[in-house]
Structure formats: structure tokens, C-alpha cells
Design a protein around this ligand. Structure first.
Ligand code: ATP
Ligand code: MG
Length: 420
């Protein structure tokens, strides 16, 4: 019979990869906690309008990447392509803005974009997302970068580059837009079809175009960075100054723009040369107008998202706390009755005792113990029950010894063995 396969761009994550996912999450949670963040979980499915309004109508995400459909009641709904929009909605809907002056939030979960699948690019991918509401101080921009460097250091990542830029406020953007329209009008015919449209509706998006010709054209055009207003310039310089005081090296990339319209001022991306063409594994920036434009008060915001699927590709080694694996090999019905009482003792003591159900011979159980890399095997058969002992075999050394068959002293006796 034909088997049903997973959808294109959707994938199963298991084995070592899932361990790396959990490890990165764990390290992130540790630092989020130390920096005062609280977790928020928002829905995967939202009203389509939420994303159109926040991300921007003429962005790639909204124009061609969203999983949008009508639900059974005819309402247009969208699988979230990013986390910020939903978190801002929750921030307003739950009245969080009224309860606390500063909100530091994080969220972990899947995002959905209908893109062409390739290495590091999927239709369902996972992000770790951080958002801070209520502070405009560039010190916070630097704090966010600092926190990520601590996370990356603990994960064991060294070869990465932090790219930073400022995309200005609405004032400098409007001024620059007029300038740039004049520039691109002159060479309009060389732009791709998408960019010709962007020129009319949202010319700054031309800088985000992946088309080689458009990239060349925008590379030699004026940069918004060189035309920032005074407050934006000061904010950026202070941001850099704070980073310097933390000893963090960044690369100012005047070409860096982000794929979403809501960014203002500071933007950044962390890239790794080890990742090939999909090289950004973290991206974010400031969005000082977003909350207000979503119908809320004038509250500044800043955030970033880690592309987990890409970041785990860079994780070489997991610093795991190693606890020994015990395996219980039993022979006969009487011995079998000891499985659950033994396991219970192990679990109470935070230890792992595994066994093979429906086991036939000792040989097959030992082979299985080997395959799951058990450190110690407890062996119990009729003879041992008669003698009132359990055999404990050290699998790496190959030697074995006896301990009393007594549930209450089982763990202390074993601990004496493996802690030596
Ligand atoms: P890209 O330029 O690679 O398309 P983006 O600018 O669209 O990235 P963001 O919206 O900023 O990405 O999302 C933040 C991070 O999420 C990215 O840096 C990346 O690591 C990850 N990411 C984005 N889209 C995908 C995807 N389709 N598959 C896997 N990871 C993704
Ligand atoms: Mg993209």
C-alpha cells in the first residue's frame, strides 16, 4: 500500500538533532531567566489581518510566503510566519502594557512560510523569539546582543559575525524614500519585475531583493545609514559604544535591511560562514512604532528571533550531564516480578533502569543492553533469587559482582559501585 509522506518543506526531527534542539533551548532559557525574561505562548493560527498589518503588505512574507486559508466559518486565517505580531497582539489584548512598565518576553515554537525548501530553509521551522517592550535606551539594544553572545559562547559557537545597521525612524525613512525613488527611477528598466512594483509602493524593499542584478544596483545606490536624522545617529553611536564597552565586535553593514516593514533604528543579524547561502541564524531589531500601529499606546519595542533549525546545524557537542544507564536482565517469571519494584526505586532516585519486554534469553538481553549503551547490567535469574543476590555487570570493564537482592538497599549499594 502507498505510504503517506510528510508535506514538502515539513520535516521530522528526532535522534541527535532533537537533543541539540533541546540543548539550545535549555541554554537560552537559562540566560533568558538571568536577564529577567518571562515566557509567553501565543497561538500558531491568527487572523490574517494581524500579519498584513504588522509585517507589511509589500513584504515577501505577506506577498508570497504565508499559509493562509479560510476556516470552516469563512474567516481568513494564517499560520504564523513569525512571532512578533502575535506577541504584540497578546501584549495589547492581555493588557500587559498596563500592568508593567517594561516587559521582557520570550517564546519558542514553530513558524510557517511557503518558501522553496532547501538546506536551512523549510516551510515549517522553529524559532526562539525575544521581545522587549517599554525601553528605547540603546543600552538595551546592546544588552540583547550581549545576551546572545553569552548564549552562543555556552553552546560552543565561535565563528560568527554580528552585522548591525540602522534603518532609521519614519522621519529619516520618508526623507530617504524620496531620494531613493529619484535614483531608482533613472535605472528602473534594469530592476526585476517585483522591484519595479516595489519602487511604486515600498522602494526600501528593493534593498531586500535577492535578485543578483537588483543586488548590484542597490549596492552602488546611496545608503539610508548615511542619511539618518540626528537622534537616530546618536542612538546608533551609543549602541556601538555600549557594545565596545562589553568588548563585543560587530560589523557595520549599511546594506542590512530586514524582510519586515516594522523595524525602526537598530537592526542586526548574526551569520555563520559554516552555513552556506542560508547563513543567518539570528535576526532582529527595534520596532518603535509597531505597538502603536497595532492600536496600542506609544511603546517602543525591540526583539530578535533565533532560527533554531539553522543554529543546531552549528552545534558540535552537547554538554550533557551524564548519568549512568542501568539495564535489568531477568530470567523466569519470578525475576520478572522484580522489574517494576526495581524501576520504582531507580526513578525515585532520579536514575534510569531499562529492560527488554518479552525477553527470551540472557544472551539477547545482553546484546540489547549493548545496543542501548548500558553502563551496568543487573542480572537476576532463579539461581540468584535462591541465593538472595543480584549480579551487577560493569559493561565497559567486563567484570561483575554480587549485591544483596533487597529493594531497599539496592540504590545505595549501586551508588557505592559507580561513584568509585
Ligand atoms: P532569510 O533571509 O534567510 O529568508 P528572513 O530575513 O526571512 O531570513 P527572519 O524573518 O528574520 O528571516 O527570521 C529570523 C531567522 O529565522 C532567520 O535568520 C533564519 O535563521 C530563520 N528562518 C527564517 N526563515 C526560515 C525558513 N524558511 N527555514 C528555516 N529557518 C528560517
Ligand atoms: Mg525569508
Amino acid at each position: 500500500m502507498d505510504r503517506i509522506k510528510s508535506l514538502r518543506g515539513f520535516r521530522d526531527i528526532y535522534g541527535d538533532e532533537v537533543k541539540k534542539f533541546r540543548y539550545v533551548e535549555e541554554v537560552c532559557r537559562k540566560y533568558f531567566n538571568l536577564f529577567g525574561y518571562k515566557e509567553i505562548i501565543t497561538p500558531v493560527l491568527e487572523n490574517t489581518g494581524l500579519f498584513i498589518r504588522s509585517i507589511g503588505e509589500t513584504t515577501d512574507i505577506v506577498e508570497k510566503e504565508m499559509f493562509t486559508f479560510k476556516d470552516l466559518s469563512g474567516e481568513s486565517v494564517t499560520m504564523r510566519p513569525e512571532a512578533t505580531a502575535g506577541i504584540v497582539r497578546a501584549y495589547l489584548e492581555q493588557g500587559i502594557f498596563a500592568k508593567e512598565r517594561i516587559s521582557k518576553l520570550f517564546s519558542i515554537g514553530p513558524m510557517f512560510r511557503h518558501e522553496r525548501p532547501q538546506k536551512g530553509r523549510y516551510r515549517e521551522f522553529r524559532q526562539i523569539d525575544v521581545e522587549v517592550f517599554g525601553i528605547n535606551d540603546p543600552m538595551l539594544d546592546a544588552e540583547l546582543i550581549w545576551m546572545t553572545t553569552l548564549i552562543l559562547k555556552e553552546i560552543g559557537l565561535e565563528n560568527y559575525t554580528i552585522e548591525v545597521n540602522s534603518v532609521g525612524c519614519s522621519d529619516c525613512r520618508e526623507h530617504f524614500r524620496q531620494m531613493i525613488v529619484g535614483y531608482f527611477e533613472g535605472i528602473k528598466d534594469d530592476l526585476c519585475e517585483d522591484c519595479k512594483r516595489r519602487l511604486q509602493r515600498n522602494p526600501l524593499r528593493i534593498f531586500d531583493c535577492k535578485n543578483t542584478k537588483c543586488k548590484e544596483i542597490s549596492a552602488s545606490s546611496p545608503f539610508l545609514f548615511d542619511h539618518l536624522c540626528e537622534p537616530c545617529k546618536t542612538h546608533f553611536n551609543d549602541f556601538i559604544r555600549h557594545l565596545e564597552s562589553l568588548g563585543i565586535k560587530v560589523n557595520i553593514n549599511k546594506r542590512l535591511v530586514r524582510g519586515l516593514d516594522y523595524y525602526t533604528g537598530t537592526v542586526f543579524e548574526i551569520v555563520s560562514q559554516e552555513l552556506g547561502s542560508q547563513n543567518a541564524f539570528l535576526a532582529g531589531g527595534r520596532y518603535n512604532n509597531l505597538v502603536e500601529s497595532m492600536g496600542g499606546p506609544k511603546v517602543p519595542g525591540i526583539g530578535f528571533a533565533i532560527g533554531l533549525d539553522r543554529l543546531v546545524l552549528l552545534v558540535k557537542e552537547i554538554k550533557e550531564k551524564i548519568t549512568p544507564v542501568f539495564f535489568f536482565a531477568y530470567l523466569g517469571e519470578r525475576a520478572k516480578k522484580f522489574i517494576f519494584p526495581f524501576m520504582e526505586e531507580f526513578i525515585i532516585n532520579n536514575l534510569k533502569l531499562l529492560y527488554l519486554p518479552e525477553a527470551k534469553s540472557l544472551k539477547s538481553q545482553l546484546r540489547y543492553a549493548d545496543s542501548i549503551r548500558a553502563d551496568y547490567v543487573l542480572i537476576l535469574g532463579e539461581d540468584e533469587i535462591e541465593k538472595g543476590i543480584v549480579i551487577v555487570r560493569n559493561m565497559s570493564k567486563g567484570n561483575q559482582l554480587d549485591i544483596p537482592l533487597d529493594v531497599s538497599t539496592l540504590i545505595p549499594n549501586l551508588q557505592g559501585l559507580f561513584e568509585k
